[in-house]
Design a protein around this ligand. Structure first.
Ligand code: KIV
Length: 293
């Protein structure tokens, strides 16, 4: 079994140019598959709202939802470095709130780190969490929790003015004490600059290859999430099709009595004659309610 990695391993991997592999998971089975496949990190993303809870976005996801899913994921991947994603409303109101909720991820769900969205405007929250001794990752570019302000799920930093803003955000996040930064849906040219400019590891989801590692959403790469597929996703499987076909086959088997077969049942231990005698007792009304006591 591979040893669980630490922040020091991730710093060393950046120094050596070794890419980090990162995936989202929301439940026990997915987490255990990720650990078996030796992913370096797992994110219990608030994307769980869309991928497994059926919401249109991530805003409705609560702390209770996140903690519960983080607990399942930790049980499935006891030796993997796992981030809990701070949901909308869990850190925006005050630094105190941010620290209180970040602590919950560690105390109640045994997370290794937390992630929150935003640049300079959340720098005080990142600093407060980091000062509390908690590893924290920034997340800028496309930020789903504030996608309303961004006009939807849209790529960011494609012109010089917005790229400059993102560079200032990245610096502020590092200066505030974040130990990782995630860039979402920004051009690779900008990703490469930020990854080289910062000392902390910089990871990409839809931000191209030139950085320290990649994150992908399990529901997207497995073909489980059906609503839409972002341009930056590579589909490695079509699990929705596999599951739907299996369900259809099951329906057909049950209707045509091709399931269950003899190998799927528990056979009687006494003789069939003894069983027939038992059934006859009931058929003849021998066992009355009175006799059963
Ligand atoms: O919740 C999540 O999975 C995320 C990714 C979109 C980066 O934050």
């Amino acid at each position: 079994m591979a040893k669980k990695k630490s922040v020091l391993d991730f710093m060393e991997m950046k120094a050596k140019g070794e890419k980090v592999t990162w995936i989202t998971a929301y439940d026990y089975p997915m987490a255990s598959f990720a650990e078996t496949a030796e992913l370096d990190m797992i994110l219990v993303g608030d994307s769980l709202g869309m991928v497994v809870m059926g919401y249109q976005g991530t805003v409705p996801v609560t702390m209770e939802d996140c903690i519960s899913h983080c607990q399942s994921v930790r049980r499935g991947a006891p030796n993997t470095f796992i981030f809990g994603d701070m949901p909308f409303g869990s850190y925006q109101i005050s630094d105190e709130d941010a620290v209180r909720n970040a602590c919950r991820f560690l105390k109640e769900a045994d997370m290794d780190a937390v992630k929150l969205e935003g640049g300079r405007r959340v720098a005080s929250k990142i600093k407060a969490i980091s000062d509390a001794g908690i590893l924290v990752s920034g997340h800028i570019g496309l930020t789903p929790q504030s996608s309303g302000q961004q006009g939807g799920f849209k790529a960011q930093g494609r012109d010089v003015a917005s790229a400059r803003d993102l560079i200032f955000d990245a610096i502020a996040i590092q200066d505030a004490g974040a130990r990782f930064l995630l860039l979402e849906a920004v051009p690779p040219e900008l990703t490469e600059f930020i990854a080289n400019f910062l000392d902390i590891p910089v990871y990409s989801i839809g931000a191209g290859a030139p950085c320290d590692g990649q994150l992908i959403i399990c529901g997207d790469m497995l073909g489980l999430f059906q609503a839409f597929t972002p341009k930056f996703v590579k589909k490695y499987a079509n699990v929705a099709e596999v599951i739907t076909n299996a369900f259809k086959e099951y329906v057909a088997d049950v209707k045509t009595v091709n399931f269950p077969e003899d190998k799927h049942v528990y056979h009687i231990k006494d003789s069939f004659d003894d069983f027939q005698a038992l059934f006859a007792e009931f058929d003849s009304g021998y066992l009355t309610e009175e006799k059963l006591g």
